[in-house]
Write a protein that binds this ligand. Structure first.
Ligand code: ZN
Length: 328
């Protein structure tokens, strides 16, 4: 029996398969002709690794520039995840990519939350939003996003995403520091990819970014943390501090960051007490959760204890206080 994963900690709304449910509606709302023959043709384009990743995402974010569109996307996201059987999901989105149509960062967050709340009311699912700072942004934009997270006082989380080579975690320390001592839970994409660094220092740079996220940004969660298994001292620190690790094994494999999911030594991390969870990352173009679980289970042949941990960590390490409290 494979682990039964009923929740997600690392899930990007604009990279989720739910967008395919409404992509033509979003183009119609934006009054822009859909530039593909069909949704299927667009999905094929999105899944082609040879196409530019930023251009692929632009086919989504370009039509997510109004409150109505963001609300619809949030609703569609919650509906799809509920239909897939998830009971608790943490949904990431970066408000800075939704302001070219005149929305403020705050408007964008409000509109997306409205859609997510709407889905929660209709379907049996709890959704916790995470506000991502696209790390290429000026630190001032990061600070503004952190202020919005503070405004919601723990009802949304804070995350940092994209190229950690050119924009290492410490760049956005001003934003993170603003939330120290508050109810805002912090996570950070770290130890995922550092495209601009040479191969020989690659793993070391990744590890350094994980350390920075833990020690400087004081994160409660880390997204990816690929080389964590190489640093027993950091593993102990992460366990002692109760920091969760949002693993995305097939995302890492698809991007060529690892040769095999076994490289992550997920079994060892679980045995050491790391609050590790399995996630798909962007299931619009990366393998979906049933495949993530099947591939990992085949690679590791998880023990009953490890399976139980993978199932329960989703709730024990939830950023939503109500979900965490119920799980304990
Ligand atoms: Zn991610």
């Amino acid at each position: 029996m494979k682990p039964e994963v009923k929740g997600l900690h690392h899930d990007h709304i604009d990279g989720s398969i739910a967008i395919a449910d409404v992509i033509t509606d979003l183009y119609a709302m934006a009054n822009v002709p859909f530039p593909f023959h069909s949704t299927r043709a667009w999905k094929r384009y999105f899944r082609n690794p040879h196409e530019d990743i930023l251009k692929r995402f632009a086919t989504v974010t370009s039509v997510l520039q109004s409150e109505e569109a963001l609300t619809l996307a949030g609703y569609a996201y919650g509906r799809r995840r509920a239909e897939q059987g998830f009971r608790y999901v943490e949904a990431k989105f970066a408000p800075q990519y939704h302001t070219t149509g005149g929305l403020s960062l705050h408007d964008a967050v409000r509109a997306m939350r409205e859609g997510l709340t709407w889905a929660e009311q209709v379907f049996d699912i709890r959704i916790f939003p995470q506000l991502c700072i696209g790390r290429e942004a000026d630190p001032k934009v990061g600070v503004e996003i952190a202020r919005i997270a503070l405004y919601y006082d723990g009802a949304v989380g804070l995350d940092l995403a994209c190229d950690e080579g050119r924009h290492p975690p410490e760049k956005h320390l001003p934003a993170y520091a603003l939330t120290f001592g508050s109810n805002v839970r912090r996570t950070c994409h770290a130890g995922e990819w550092v495209a601009s660094h040479p191969t020989e220092t690659y793993r070391q740079r990744l590890l350094e970014n994980v350390r920075t996220a833990v020690r400087i940004l004081k994160c409660d969660g880390i997204g990816h943390a690929i080389p964590l298994c190489n640093d027993p001292e950091l593993i102990r620190e992460i366990v002692d501090k109760g920091i969760r690790v949002e693993g995305c094994p097939l995302s890492n494999l698809s991007c060529g960051a690892i040769q095999s999911v076994a490289d992550l030594r997920i079994d060892g991390l679980l045995d050491a007490g790391v609050l590790y969870t399995l996630n798909a990352d962007d299931d619009l173009f990366l393998p979906r959760m049933p495949r993530v679980i099947a591939v990992c289970d085949a690679a590791y042949d998880f023990t009953e204890t490890q399976k139980k941990a993978l199932e329960e960590n989703v709730f024990h390490a939830a950023f939503a206080a109500d979900v965490r409290t119920t799980a304990i």
